[in-house]
Design a binder for this molecule. Sequence first.
Ligand code: FES
Ligand SMILES: [Fe+2]
Length: 346
Amino acid sequence: MGFLRNAWYMAGWADEIGESGLARRIIGQPLFLYRLEDGSVTALLDRCPHRFAPLSRGTRNGDQVVCGYHGLGFASDGRCVHNPFADRIPARSSVRSFTVHERDGIAWLWAGDRHEADVALIPDFGFIPDTPHSRTVRGYTLMQANYEYGTDNLLDLSHIEFVHKGTFAGQGVIFAGEHSVQVEGATLHSNWWMPAIAPPSVAQGAFPPDAKVDHWLDMRWNAPASMRLNVGVAPLGAGREAGFVVPQAHILTPADRHTTHYFWSSTRFSDLDNVEVDAMLLAMFGEAFDIEDKPMIEAAYANVRDNLEAGGDFWKEKPLSLGIDQGGARARRMLESMIAAERAAA
Ligand code: FES
Ligand SMILES: [Fe+2]
């Protein structure tokens, strides 16, 4: 299965892209993102049409990129505008350009036709930018696995009990919970509700250790693989409004079929200026995602990769269904039908 084209992909955190730019592979294409003099961001295919040098190895002349190999110059829309060897600009010398839109501290790349880009389709991650009342820690890791296997992992949080023994595991609380999956339009929700349990690790210090609380894990998914997790805790029976929520981003962008950029964040509403809390959270999430999730997802993916290369797909592997995995399965089906619809329209 190919990639969805008419969709917003997280290309990076907005502050990763300075004037010197950022080279990153996205849906199998090398891209060069850089900031223009007016502060906006553009993305060009990072491949000069002459002898294919990465434009990211070139230099900048205002908003133009000058190829570092033989000096062709390209405008921010990808048109070749300078040829050091003649006055004439050669035919077919443009490079493809992409629309990039910054929102919520994220640079979103529209992978389809520029004219189809609709910023109203960017999922809401408004909790990420710091405010006087909130502070967010962020991270990134590169996974050697197809992005949909990362989505499976995030839409089936039952793995917390097994994979995250060193970090988030909650002494079996997930088994005390109810799991539900709902689809609203193009958005899928995969939610856990765990009433009357001991306070989970995220609530440590907020409740006496012998207290009982209600706990929820609400995951929202939008294609291709942009997820928000709300981790909530409230006093027993008091209702969600009486509790607190830790919003997190879990956004996956395919570098190619077998490699995935994983961007994550977590926001807190107390202890804002305490840099030790930042360090503690970064260490914990680093352990959870890099040391716990990633090796498991990569090893599982390695077990099917050869078959996929030989023309198979996920369903041909006949994955068992345990019920808890229906969020991931439905997200896969939604993505398949979006890609099929896009192909049919083309
Ligand atoms: S490779 Fe870019 S000008 Fe030759
Ligand atoms: Fe995990």
